[in-house]
Design a binder for this molecule. Sequence first.
Ligand code: S3P
Ligand code: PEP
Length: 449
Amino acid sequence: MAHPDAPHPLRAAAPSRGLAGRHTVPGDKSISHRALMFGALAVGTTEISGLLEGEDVLRTAAAMRALGAEVEQTGPGAWRVAGRGVGGLVEPSDVLDMGNSGTAARLLCGLLAGHPIFAVMTGDASLRKRPMRRVTEPLSATGASFWTREGGRLPLAVRGAAEALPLDYTLPVASAQVKSACLLAGLCARGTTRIIEPERTRDHTENMLRHFGATVRVEDLAPGRLVELEGQPELVAAPILVPGDPSSAAFLLVAALLVPRSRVTVENVGLNPLRTGLFTTLREMGARLTVENARVAGGEPVGDVTAEYGPLRAVEVPPGRAPSMIDEYPVLAVAAAAAEGETRMRGLSELRVKESDRLAATAALLAANGISARIEGDDLLVQGRSGAVPGGGLVATHMDHRLAMSALVMGLVARAPVAVDDAAFIETSFPGFAALVNLAAGGPVIGPA
Ligand SMILES: O=C(O)C1=C[C@@H](OP(=O)(O)O)[C@@H](O)[C@H](O)C1
Ligand SMILES: C=C(OP(=O)(O)O)C(=O)O
Protein backbone atom coordinates (compact mmCIF):
# COMPACT_ATOMS: atom_id res chain seq x y z
CA MET A 1 0.00 0.00 0.00
CA ALA A 2 1.01 3.66 -0.29
CA HIS A 3 3.11 4.16 2.80
CA PRO A 4 3.86 7.56 4.29
CA ASP A 5 7.30 6.22 5.36
CA ALA A 6 8.33 5.71 1.75
CA PRO A 7 7.51 8.90 -0.14
CA HIS A 8 7.75 8.66 -3.88
CA PRO A 9 8.73 12.05 -5.36
CA LEU A 10 8.04 12.66 -9.05
CA ARG A 11 8.62 15.47 -11.50
CA ALA A 12 6.80 16.49 -14.67
CA ALA A 13 8.21 18.56 -17.54
CA ALA A 14 6.70 19.91 -20.75
CA PRO A 15 6.66 17.38 -23.60
CA SER A 16 8.50 18.26 -26.83
CA ARG A 17 5.34 17.57 -28.82
CA GLY A 18 1.64 17.51 -28.02
CA LEU A 19 -0.18 14.69 -26.21
CA ALA A 20 -1.84 12.26 -28.59
CA GLY A 21 -3.67 8.99 -29.02
CA ARG A 22 -6.73 7.05 -27.93
CA HIS A 23 -6.54 5.83 -24.36
CA THR A 24 -8.60 4.36 -21.54
CA VAL A 25 -8.45 5.14 -17.84
CA PRO A 26 -9.12 2.75 -14.92
CA GLY A 27 -12.65 2.04 -13.73
CA ASP A 28 -14.82 4.51 -11.84
CA LYS A 29 -13.90 4.55 -8.16
CA SER A 30 -17.38 5.37 -6.85
CA ILE A 31 -19.02 2.62 -8.88
CA SER A 32 -16.27 0.11 -8.02
CA HIS A 33 -16.77 0.51 -4.24
CA ARG A 34 -20.52 0.14 -4.64
CA ALA A 35 -20.23 -2.89 -6.96
CA LEU A 36 -18.30 -4.79 -4.29
CA MET A 37 -20.65 -3.74 -1.48
CA PHE A 38 -23.82 -4.58 -3.40
CA GLY A 39 -22.27 -7.85 -4.54
CA ALA A 40 -21.66 -8.71 -0.87
CA LEU A 41 -25.28 -7.89 0.04
CA ALA A 42 -26.88 -9.75 -2.88
CA VAL A 43 -28.03 -13.32 -3.09
CA GLY A 44 -25.96 -15.14 -5.73
CA THR A 45 -22.76 -14.33 -7.56
CA THR A 46 -22.06 -10.88 -9.01
CA GLU A 47 -19.59 -10.68 -11.89
CA ILE A 48 -17.89 -7.29 -12.17
CA SER A 49 -15.81 -6.14 -15.12
CA GLY A 50 -13.70 -3.00 -15.33
CA LEU A 51 -13.29 -2.76 -11.55
CA LEU A 52 -10.77 -0.14 -10.43
CA GLU A 53 -7.90 -2.06 -8.86
CA GLY A 54 -6.67 0.97 -6.92
CA GLU A 55 -5.84 0.84 -3.23
CA ASP A 56 -9.08 2.52 -2.10
CA VAL A 57 -11.21 -0.12 -3.82
CA LEU A 58 -8.97 -2.98 -2.68
CA ARG A 59 -9.70 -1.82 0.88
CA THR A 60 -13.40 -2.26 0.22
CA ALA A 61 -12.75 -5.72 -1.28
CA ALA A 62 -10.82 -6.73 1.84
CA ALA A 63 -13.58 -5.38 4.11
CA MET A 64 -16.26 -7.34 2.23
CA ARG A 65 -14.18 -10.50 2.69
CA ALA A 66 -13.78 -9.76 6.39
CA LEU A 67 -17.60 -9.47 6.59
CA GLY A 68 -18.07 -12.92 5.10
CA ALA A 69 -18.48 -12.37 1.34
CA GLU A 70 -16.35 -14.36 -1.08
CA VAL A 71 -14.47 -11.88 -3.24
CA GLU A 72 -12.03 -13.06 -5.89
CA GLN A 73 -10.26 -11.61 -8.88
CA THR A 74 -10.81 -13.71 -12.00
CA GLY A 75 -8.81 -11.60 -14.49
CA PRO A 76 -7.63 -8.01 -15.04
CA GLY A 77 -10.50 -5.84 -13.77
CA ALA A 78 -12.70 -8.94 -13.53
CA TRP A 79 -14.00 -9.79 -10.08
CA ARG A 80 -16.54 -12.23 -8.66
CA VAL A 81 -18.44 -11.63 -5.42
CA ALA A 82 -20.54 -14.33 -3.77
CA GLY A 83 -22.93 -12.38 -1.56
CA ARG A 84 -24.53 -13.16 1.81
CA GLY A 85 -27.88 -11.44 1.28
CA VAL A 86 -29.21 -8.28 2.98
CA GLY A 87 -28.66 -8.64 6.74
CA GLY A 88 -26.29 -11.57 6.24
CA LEU A 89 -22.88 -9.99 6.89
CA VAL A 90 -20.90 -11.59 9.73
CA GLU A 91 -18.85 -10.03 12.51
CA PRO A 92 -15.26 -9.32 11.41
CA SER A 93 -12.57 -10.86 13.60
CA ASP A 94 -10.17 -7.92 13.25
CA VAL A 95 -10.08 -4.15 12.73
CA LEU A 96 -11.23 -2.97 9.27
CA ASP A 97 -8.56 -0.67 7.80
CA MET A 98 -10.01 1.57 5.10
CA GLY A 99 -6.65 3.13 4.19
CA ASN A 100 -7.04 6.52 2.49
CA SER A 101 -10.66 6.09 1.40
CA GLY A 102 -13.47 8.30 2.68
CA THR A 103 -16.00 6.57 0.45
CA ALA A 104 -15.08 3.11 1.76
CA ALA A 105 -15.21 4.23 5.40
CA ARG A 106 -18.48 6.16 5.22
CA LEU A 107 -20.42 3.69 3.09
CA LEU A 108 -19.23 0.87 5.34
CA CYS A 109 -20.65 2.72 8.36
CA GLY A 110 -24.04 2.47 6.67
CA LEU A 111 -23.65 -1.24 5.93
CA LEU A 112 -22.54 -2.01 9.48
CA ALA A 113 -25.32 0.07 11.08
CA GLY A 114 -27.94 -2.34 9.71
CA HIS A 115 -26.23 -5.55 10.84
CA PRO A 116 -26.33 -6.72 14.49
CA ILE A 117 -22.55 -7.08 14.70
CA PHE A 118 -19.62 -5.30 16.36
CA ALA A 119 -16.85 -3.83 14.24
CA VAL A 120 -13.91 -1.45 14.58
CA MET A 121 -12.69 0.68 11.69
CA THR A 122 -9.57 2.77 11.15
CA GLY A 123 -7.65 4.36 8.28
CA ASP A 124 -4.41 6.10 7.42
CA ALA A 125 -3.29 9.45 8.87
CA SER A 126 -5.30 11.36 6.23
CA LEU A 127 -8.53 9.41 6.78
CA ARG A 128 -8.15 9.62 10.57
CA LYS A 129 -8.46 13.41 10.27
CA ARG A 130 -11.70 13.35 8.27
CA PRO A 131 -15.13 13.93 9.83
CA MET A 132 -17.23 10.82 10.44
CA ARG A 133 -19.97 12.41 12.54
CA ARG A 134 -21.73 13.32 9.30
CA VAL A 135 -22.55 9.60 8.99
CA THR A 136 -22.49 8.34 12.58
CA GLU A 137 -25.02 10.95 13.71
CA PRO A 138 -27.82 10.15 11.22
CA LEU A 139 -27.04 6.43 11.33
CA SER A 140 -27.49 6.38 15.12
CA ALA A 141 -31.22 6.90 14.51
CA THR A 142 -31.36 3.36 13.06
CA GLY A 143 -30.59 2.04 16.56
CA ALA A 144 -26.88 1.46 15.85
CA SER A 145 -24.32 2.68 18.41
CA PHE A 146 -21.09 4.37 17.35
CA TRP A 147 -18.03 5.31 19.39
CA THR A 148 -15.48 7.60 17.78
CA ARG A 149 -12.30 9.36 18.72
CA GLU A 150 -12.47 13.00 19.80
CA GLY A 151 -14.14 15.18 17.14
CA GLY A 152 -15.93 12.26 15.49
CA ARG A 153 -12.75 10.88 13.91
CA LEU A 154 -11.52 7.35 13.21
CA PRO A 155 -10.83 4.88 14.68
CA LEU A 156 -14.47 4.15 15.42
CA ALA A 157 -16.38 1.23 16.83
CA VAL A 158 -19.92 0.31 15.88
CA ARG A 159 -22.52 -2.06 17.19
CA GLY A 160 -25.14 -2.35 14.48
CA ALA A 161 -28.88 -2.32 15.20
CA ALA A 162 -30.60 -5.62 16.03
CA GLU A 163 -33.67 -4.39 14.18
CA ALA A 164 -32.74 -1.28 12.22
CA LEU A 165 -35.27 1.56 12.03
CA PRO A 166 -35.76 3.38 8.72
CA LEU A 167 -34.26 6.89 8.55
CA ASP A 168 -36.09 10.07 7.64
CA TYR A 169 -33.19 12.48 7.18
CA THR A 170 -32.42 15.76 5.46
CA LEU A 171 -28.70 16.08 4.71
CA PRO A 172 -27.17 19.36 5.95
CA VAL A 173 -24.47 19.16 3.23
CA ALA A 174 -24.55 17.79 -0.30
CA SER A 175 -22.71 14.48 0.06
CA ALA A 176 -23.20 11.31 -1.94
CA GLN A 177 -21.26 9.43 0.72
CA VAL A 178 -23.68 10.42 3.49
CA LYS A 179 -26.71 9.76 1.28
CA SER A 180 -25.33 6.36 0.32
CA ALA A 181 -24.51 5.40 3.92
CA CYS A 182 -28.13 6.16 4.91
CA LEU A 183 -29.51 4.15 1.99
CA LEU A 184 -27.26 1.17 2.74
CA ALA A 185 -28.49 1.16 6.34
CA GLY A 186 -32.04 1.45 4.99
CA LEU A 187 -31.64 -1.87 3.18
CA CYS A 188 -31.71 -3.65 6.54
CA ALA A 189 -34.57 -1.58 8.03
CA ARG A 190 -38.23 -2.52 7.95
CA GLY A 191 -40.19 0.25 6.16
CA THR A 192 -39.32 3.21 3.96
CA THR A 193 -36.08 5.17 4.31
CA ARG A 194 -36.48 8.82 3.21
CA ILE A 195 -33.45 10.97 2.43
CA ILE A 196 -33.50 14.57 1.21
CA GLU A 197 -30.32 16.03 -0.26
CA PRO A 198 -29.94 19.82 -0.55
CA GLU A 199 -28.27 19.54 -3.98
CA ARG A 200 -28.30 16.58 -6.35
CA THR A 201 -25.23 14.41 -5.87
CA ARG A 202 -23.95 11.39 -7.79
CA ASP A 203 -26.66 8.74 -7.91
CA HIS A 204 -24.65 5.56 -8.45
CA THR A 205 -26.08 4.04 -5.27
CA GLU A 206 -29.67 4.62 -6.40
CA ASN A 207 -28.87 3.20 -9.87
CA MET A 208 -27.24 0.13 -8.40
CA LEU A 209 -30.04 -0.45 -5.89
CA ARG A 210 -32.48 -0.66 -8.79
CA HIS A 211 -30.08 -2.81 -10.81
CA PHE A 212 -30.08 -5.36 -7.95
CA GLY A 213 -33.88 -5.30 -7.67
CA ALA A 214 -34.64 -2.83 -4.84
CA THR A 215 -37.51 -0.36 -5.08
CA VAL A 216 -36.24 3.23 -5.12
CA ARG A 217 -38.36 6.33 -5.72
CA VAL A 218 -36.74 9.62 -6.61
CA GLU A 219 -38.39 13.04 -6.74
CA ASP A 220 -36.58 16.13 -7.94
CA LEU A 221 -36.97 19.09 -5.63
CA ALA A 222 -35.76 22.60 -6.33
CA PRO A 223 -32.77 22.36 -6.01
CA GLY A 224 -32.30 19.00 -4.22
CA ARG A 225 -33.78 15.55 -4.38
CA LEU A 226 -35.87 13.16 -2.29
CA VAL A 227 -34.87 9.50 -2.37
CA GLU A 228 -37.09 6.80 -0.87
CA LEU A 229 -36.04 3.17 -0.46
CA GLU A 230 -38.23 0.24 0.54
CA GLY A 231 -36.36 -1.69 3.22
CA GLN A 232 -35.46 -5.38 3.41
CA PRO A 233 -35.59 -6.18 -0.29
CA GLU A 234 -33.97 -9.31 -1.61
CA LEU A 235 -31.05 -8.03 -3.66
CA VAL A 236 -30.32 -10.38 -6.53
CA ALA A 237 -26.81 -10.66 -7.97
CA ALA A 238 -26.46 -8.82 -11.29
CA PRO A 239 -23.50 -8.29 -13.63
CA ILE A 240 -21.77 -4.91 -13.42
CA LEU A 241 -19.77 -3.14 -16.10
CA VAL A 242 -17.72 -0.32 -14.54
CA PRO A 243 -17.07 2.60 -16.93
CA GLY A 244 -13.81 4.58 -17.01
CA ASP A 245 -13.63 7.14 -14.21
CA PRO A 246 -14.41 10.69 -15.43
CA SER A 247 -12.48 12.03 -12.42
CA SER A 248 -9.37 10.20 -13.68
CA ALA A 249 -9.97 11.04 -17.35
CA ALA A 250 -10.04 14.69 -16.24
CA PHE A 251 -6.25 14.77 -15.76
CA LEU A 252 -5.41 13.54 -19.25
CA LEU A 253 -8.10 15.67 -20.88
CA VAL A 254 -7.09 18.88 -19.09
CA ALA A 255 -3.44 18.18 -19.98
CA ALA A 256 -4.45 17.85 -23.65
CA LEU A 257 -6.37 21.14 -23.53
CA LEU A 258 -3.32 22.95 -22.14
CA VAL A 259 -0.31 21.43 -23.96
CA PRO A 260 0.12 22.94 -27.46
CA ARG A 261 -0.49 20.60 -30.44
CA SER A 262 -2.38 18.01 -28.34
CA ARG A 263 -5.37 15.92 -29.30
CA VAL A 264 -6.32 13.06 -26.98
CA THR A 265 -9.34 10.76 -26.83
CA VAL A 266 -10.28 8.90 -23.67
CA GLU A 267 -12.60 6.04 -24.54
CA ASN A 268 -15.42 4.61 -22.44
CA VAL A 269 -15.63 7.44 -19.89
CA GLY A 270 -18.57 7.50 -17.46
CA LEU A 271 -20.77 10.49 -18.32
CA ASN A 272 -23.39 10.40 -15.57
CA PRO A 273 -24.66 14.02 -15.62
CA LEU A 274 -24.07 14.24 -11.87
CA ARG A 275 -20.34 13.76 -12.56
CA THR A 276 -19.73 16.00 -15.57
CA GLY A 277 -19.59 19.49 -14.04
CA LEU A 278 -15.92 19.82 -15.03
CA PHE A 279 -16.72 19.20 -18.69
CA THR A 280 -19.48 21.85 -18.56
CA THR A 281 -17.06 24.33 -16.98
CA LEU A 282 -14.26 23.61 -19.46
CA ARG A 283 -16.64 24.13 -22.39
CA GLU A 284 -17.67 27.48 -20.88
CA MET A 285 -13.95 28.32 -20.83
CA GLY A 286 -13.84 27.68 -24.58
CA ALA A 287 -12.35 24.18 -24.43
CA ARG A 288 -12.52 21.97 -27.49
CA LEU A 289 -14.09 18.97 -25.82
CA THR A 290 -16.31 16.61 -27.77
CA VAL A 291 -18.15 13.37 -27.00
CA GLU A 292 -18.58 10.56 -29.52
CA ASN A 293 -20.13 7.14 -29.34
CA ALA A 294 -22.44 8.19 -26.49
CA ARG A 295 -24.26 5.12 -25.19
CA VAL A 296 -25.57 3.46 -22.05
CA ALA A 297 -23.42 0.63 -20.69
CA GLY A 298 -24.20 -1.21 -17.46
CA GLY A 299 -26.95 1.30 -16.62
CA GLU A 300 -24.64 4.36 -16.78
CA PRO A 301 -24.13 6.79 -19.70
CA VAL A 302 -20.65 6.51 -21.25
CA GLY A 303 -18.85 7.95 -24.26
CA ASP A 304 -15.47 8.65 -25.86
CA VAL A 305 -14.25 12.13 -24.94
CA THR A 306 -11.78 14.06 -27.10
CA ALA A 307 -9.85 17.12 -25.93
CA GLU A 308 -7.88 19.34 -28.27
CA TYR A 309 -5.45 22.11 -27.37
CA GLY A 310 -6.74 25.69 -27.54
CA PRO A 311 -6.74 28.89 -25.51
CA LEU A 312 -9.06 29.01 -22.47
CA ARG A 313 -10.69 32.03 -20.84
CA ALA A 314 -11.64 32.54 -17.20
CA VAL A 315 -15.16 31.80 -15.94
CA GLU A 316 -17.16 31.96 -12.74
CA VAL A 317 -18.11 28.50 -11.46
CA PRO A 318 -21.38 28.65 -9.48
CA PRO A 319 -21.61 26.94 -6.07
CA GLY A 320 -24.50 24.74 -7.22
CA ARG A 321 -22.18 22.98 -9.64
CA ALA A 322 -19.83 21.79 -6.90
CA PRO A 323 -21.40 18.34 -6.29
CA SER A 324 -21.06 17.41 -9.98
CA MET A 325 -17.33 18.23 -10.05
CA ILE A 326 -16.33 18.05 -6.40
CA ASP A 327 -13.09 16.10 -7.01
CA GLU A 328 -12.09 18.11 -10.07
CA TYR A 329 -11.36 21.55 -8.56
CA PRO A 330 -7.60 20.99 -8.13
CA VAL A 331 -7.19 20.15 -11.83
CA LEU A 332 -9.62 22.91 -12.83
CA ALA A 333 -7.37 25.31 -10.89
CA VAL A 334 -4.48 24.20 -13.12
CA ALA A 335 -6.58 24.94 -16.22
CA ALA A 336 -7.53 28.31 -14.69
CA ALA A 337 -3.84 29.12 -14.17
CA ALA A 338 -3.27 28.71 -17.92
CA ALA A 339 -6.46 30.57 -18.94
CA GLU A 340 -6.84 34.25 -19.67
CA GLY A 341 -8.38 36.26 -16.82
CA GLU A 342 -9.49 35.52 -13.24
CA THR A 343 -11.43 32.29 -12.69
CA ARG A 344 -13.71 32.34 -9.65
CA MET A 345 -14.79 29.03 -8.14
CA ARG A 346 -17.57 29.50 -5.61
CA GLY A 347 -18.82 27.45 -2.68
CA LEU A 348 -15.91 25.08 -2.05
CA SER A 349 -16.29 24.46 1.71
CA GLU A 350 -16.45 20.67 1.20
CA LEU A 351 -12.93 20.72 -0.26
CA ARG A 352 -11.65 21.37 3.26
CA VAL A 353 -12.58 17.83 4.39
CA LYS A 354 -11.16 15.70 1.58
CA GLU A 355 -7.94 13.65 1.73
CA SER A 356 -6.33 17.01 2.54
CA ASP A 357 -7.66 20.54 2.95
CA ARG A 358 -7.88 20.82 -0.84
CA LEU A 359 -8.82 24.48 -0.78
CA ALA A 360 -5.64 25.52 1.05
CA ALA A 361 -3.49 22.89 -0.68
CA THR A 362 -4.66 23.89 -4.18
CA ALA A 363 -3.92 27.56 -3.44
CA ALA A 364 -0.47 26.49 -2.20
CA LEU A 365 0.10 24.37 -5.34
CA LEU A 366 -0.59 27.43 -7.48
CA ALA A 367 1.52 29.79 -5.35
CA ALA A 368 4.50 27.39 -5.46
CA ASN A 369 4.38 27.66 -9.25
CA GLY A 370 4.17 31.40 -9.61
CA ILE A 371 0.39 31.70 -9.97
CA SER A 372 -1.42 34.23 -7.89
CA ALA A 373 -4.51 32.80 -6.20
CA ARG A 374 -6.50 33.70 -3.14
CA ILE A 375 -9.16 32.17 -0.93
CA GLU A 376 -12.09 34.42 -0.04
CA GLY A 377 -14.48 32.68 2.33
CA ASP A 378 -15.31 29.41 0.55
CA ASP A 379 -14.24 30.69 -2.89
CA LEU A 380 -11.00 30.20 -4.79
CA LEU A 381 -9.91 32.94 -7.21
CA VAL A 382 -7.14 32.16 -9.68
CA GLN A 383 -5.33 34.72 -11.80
CA GLY A 384 -4.73 33.11 -15.20
CA ARG A 385 -1.48 33.60 -17.13
CA SER A 386 -2.77 33.11 -20.70
CA GLY A 387 -0.65 30.01 -21.29
CA ALA A 388 2.51 31.38 -19.65
CA VAL A 389 2.59 29.31 -16.42
CA PRO A 390 5.94 29.75 -14.62
CA GLY A 391 6.09 26.40 -12.74
CA GLY A 392 9.35 25.34 -11.07
CA GLY A 393 7.69 24.54 -7.72
CA LEU A 394 7.87 21.64 -5.31
CA VAL A 395 4.30 20.78 -4.31
CA ALA A 396 3.33 19.26 -0.96
CA THR A 397 0.66 16.66 -1.68
CA HIS A 398 -0.54 15.91 1.90
CA MET A 399 -1.41 12.23 1.17
CA ASP A 400 -3.81 13.46 -1.54
CA HIS A 401 -3.80 11.70 -4.94
CA ARG A 402 -5.70 14.47 -6.73
CA LEU A 403 -3.21 17.14 -5.64
CA ALA A 404 -0.33 14.98 -6.83
CA MET A 405 -1.86 14.42 -10.28
CA SER A 406 -2.92 18.07 -10.63
CA ALA A 407 0.58 19.29 -9.82
CA LEU A 408 2.06 16.89 -12.38
CA VAL A 409 -0.39 18.14 -15.03
CA MET A 410 0.81 21.65 -14.23
CA GLY A 411 4.38 20.48 -14.90
CA LEU A 412 3.37 19.42 -18.42
CA VAL A 413 2.21 22.95 -19.15
CA ALA A 414 4.68 25.10 -17.23
CA ARG A 415 7.93 26.70 -18.38
CA ALA A 416 9.91 24.98 -15.61
CA PRO A 417 9.29 21.40 -14.36
CA VAL A 418 7.04 20.83 -11.35
CA ALA A 419 7.91 18.30 -8.62
CA VAL A 420 5.69 16.62 -6.02
CA ASP A 421 6.97 15.43 -2.66
CA ASP A 422 5.00 12.16 -2.79
CA ALA A 423 3.13 10.58 -5.68
CA ALA A 424 2.51 7.25 -3.87
CA PHE A 425 -1.14 8.06 -3.16
CA ILE A 426 -1.94 8.19 -6.89
CA GLU A 427 -2.24 4.40 -6.48
CA THR A 428 -5.48 4.94 -4.51
CA SER A 429 -7.43 5.97 -7.61
CA PHE A 430 -5.31 5.90 -10.78
CA PRO A 431 -2.73 3.12 -10.99
CA GLY A 432 -0.61 3.66 -14.10
CA PHE A 433 -1.20 7.43 -14.25
CA ALA A 434 2.43 8.41 -15.01
CA ALA A 435 2.87 5.62 -17.55
CA LEU A 436 -0.31 6.67 -19.36
CA VAL A 437 0.76 10.32 -19.54
CA ASN A 438 4.17 9.25 -20.82
CA LEU A 439 2.51 7.09 -23.46
CA ALA A 440 0.34 10.02 -24.61
CA ALA A 441 3.40 12.31 -24.61
CA GLY A 442 5.50 9.85 -26.63
CA GLY A 443 8.30 9.94 -24.04
CA PRO A 444 9.14 10.15 -20.33
CA VAL A 445 7.77 13.55 -19.28
CA ILE A 446 6.88 12.32 -15.77
CA GLY A 447 9.75 10.63 -13.94
CA PRO A 448 11.71 10.50 -10.70
CA ALA A 449 12.30 13.90 -9.11
O1 S3P B 1 -19.98 8.85 -3.08
C1 S3P B 1 -18.86 8.84 -3.61
O2 S3P B 1 -18.40 7.85 -4.21
C2 S3P B 1 -18.03 10.06 -3.52
C3 S3P B 1 -18.59 11.24 -3.12
C4 S3P B 1 -17.85 12.50 -2.96
O3 S3P B 1 -17.62 12.74 -1.57
P1 S3P B 1 -18.72 13.49 -0.63
O4 S3P B 1 -19.89 12.64 -0.48
O5 S3P B 1 -17.97 13.66 0.68
O6 S3P B 1 -19.00 14.79 -1.32
C5 S3P B 1 -16.50 12.45 -3.68
O7 S3P B 1 -15.71 13.53 -3.27
C6 S3P B 1 -15.78 11.16 -3.46
O8 S3P B 1 -14.57 11.11 -4.18
C7 S3P B 1 -16.61 9.98 -3.91
C1 PEP C 1 -12.50 12.66 -2.12
C2 PEP C 1 -12.10 11.55 -2.73
O1 PEP C 1 -12.26 10.27 -2.28
P1 PEP C 1 -12.69 9.72 -0.85
O2 PEP C 1 -13.62 10.70 -0.19
O3 PEP C 1 -13.31 8.40 -1.14
O4 PEP C 1 -11.42 9.54 -0.06
C3 PEP C 1 -11.46 11.63 -4.07
O5 PEP C 1 -11.24 10.56 -4.67
O6 PEP C 1 -11.12 12.73 -4.57
